[in-house]
Design a binder for this molecule. Structure first.
Ligand SMILES: Cc1cc2nc3c(=O)[nH]c(=O)nc-3n(C[C@H](O)[C@H](O)[C@H](O)COP(=O)(O)OP(=O)(O)OC[C@H]3O[C@@H](n4cnc5c(N)ncnc54)[C@H](O)[C@@H]3O)c2cc1C
Length: 377
């Protein structure tokens, strides 16, 4: 197996690494690759920052190890190699009545990456984090030893591996407990939220399975924190045929994302939902992975890329802290068309997992003058 020196980056294209990558096609090649020097596994590099980068070192790209190993249709238990994409699991098993219990906002994430970041979805309050649905993990440590670990056999190692950013070894495969998938659509209700208080109240009052909010980060004064709350419940509509994906053909100039273009985008985005709200059924992929319809959408941020700020705030401190952050970001004038507010429950499967009870705000910030200062403030 050959190592190839490559320059690569995470999804934000903000930081780059130059190092050696190997892309094995067989699990048997993993242990020999680890023999000479430590090499973390990386997935499909959908982490925004540097979690998937190893500058001046080696990393094992797991995306070719994407075979399904076994499936029990009675219990919905799936055994798959770590490079399988979460969106592919949805496409293959949805029509059979099963789907991943937890899905992040893109289907281009690998099974190994979803475990290593203990990702959360739009249903975190009810369903918990990804790792809570993992029954076992086949882990290869730096000495090349392969072990199958579970909460019963290796409780500490298992909890350190889930959300452990690949630091306990290479996840070669995992067994996942899938959830029931009643049909090919989600019944979605979309409502405009007038301001932050209305948003937080609506989240508290929502009983929907899936909940996600888009915030207009440019809005100031009385309408600060306005946006759209999407609530969804599984429905029994037909499974849609895969859509042709569009692509951003080249990296746009950095100035394409600016105060004016973002304000125009936000105004249009808000108005796409009528004042009275709307109800509709959407294909699973469109609801779970709305951004995946445009490949390489990260190119709109230009060569310098962007960074994602994400925090989680307990219920008690969320209103005041969110208000302060919205104020800072909107006053900075640093454009941020993609800003997401979600409510999370207490579920977390790993020692270092991100989720806890409260509200999480994620804001994409184009890399430009003032962006680092804003992130540091
Ligand atoms: C559009 C978009 C929406 C997103 N929405 C959400 C969301 O709603 N919720 C959420 O939680 N996250 C979300 N994310 C973040 C994403 O889900 C995580 O960063 C995820 O870990 C990326 O998986 P990956 O396969 O691309 O892994 P990479 O980004 O390549 O790697 C991530 C980490 O996992 C480790 N890793 C990967 N594979 C293995 C393996 N086989 N063995 C051991 N360690 C491994 C790497 O070392 C690294 O530390 C989103 C990202 C994007 C781009």
């Amino acid at each position: 197996m050959r190592w190839k020196t490559t320059t690569y980056s995470g999804w934000g294209n903000h930081l780059r690494a130059t190092g050696q990558l190997a892309r094995p096609e067989k699990t048997a090649l993993l242990a020999p690759l680890l023999a000479d020097e430590p090499a973390p596994a990386i997935g499909n590099r959908r982490s925004y920052g540097d979690a998937c980068l190893n500058s001046d070192g080696r990393a094992i790209d797991m995306t070719r190890l994407d075979n399904l190993i076994g499936f029990d249709p009675d219990s919905g238990t799936l055994h798959a190699q770590a490079g399988v994409l979460i969106g592919d699991i949805l496409d293959i098993f949805g029509p059979l009545g099963w789907m991943p219990a937890v899905m992040p906002g893109t289907g281009f994430v690998t099974l190994g990456g979803a475990i290593a970041n203990d990702v959360h979805g739009k249903n975190h309050e009810l369903t918990g984090s990804f790792g809570q649905h993992v029954a076992s993990i086949e882990l290869i440590n730096q000495a090349g030893d392969i072990e199958t670990i579970t909460t019963e056999t290796h409780p500490d190692l298992f909890r350190a591996t889930i959300g452990g950013l690949g630091q306990t070894g290479v996840i070669a495969s995992a067994t996942l407990r899938l959830a029931r998938c009643p049909g090919g659509t989600i019944a979605v209700s979309e409502r405009r939220m007038a301001d932050l208080d209305a948003f937080l109240d609506a989240f508290h009052g929502s009983t929907a399975t899936y909940q996600v909010g888009w915030i207009d980060m440019g809005a100031r004064g009385e309408s600060m924190g306005r946006g759209i709350l999407e609530e969804g419940s599984p429905a029994e509509g037909r499974f849609a045929k895969p859509r042709k994906l569009r692509a951003v053909p080249f990296t746009l100039p950095g100035f394409a994302i600016n105060r004016l273009s973002v304000r125009a985008f936000n105004a249009l985005y808000l108005r796409r939902v009528p004042k009275s709200g709307r109800e509709r059924e959407r294909p699973l992929r469109d609801f779970f992975f709305p951004l995946d319809r445009v490949l390489n959408w990260n190119r709109v941020y230009g060569k310098r890329g962007f960074q994602q700020f994400q925090c989680i705030l307990p219920d008690e401190t969320a209103p005041a802290a969110l208000r302060e952050m919205l104020d800072l970001i909107s006053a900075s004038g640093i454009a941020s068309p993609l800003s997401v507010l979600k409510r999370l429950g207490p579920g977390r499967a790993g020692m270092l997992s991100f989720p806890m009870q409260g509200f999480t705000l994620a804001v994409d910030i184009a890399t430009k003058k003032g962006s680092n200062a804003l992130l540091a403030s």
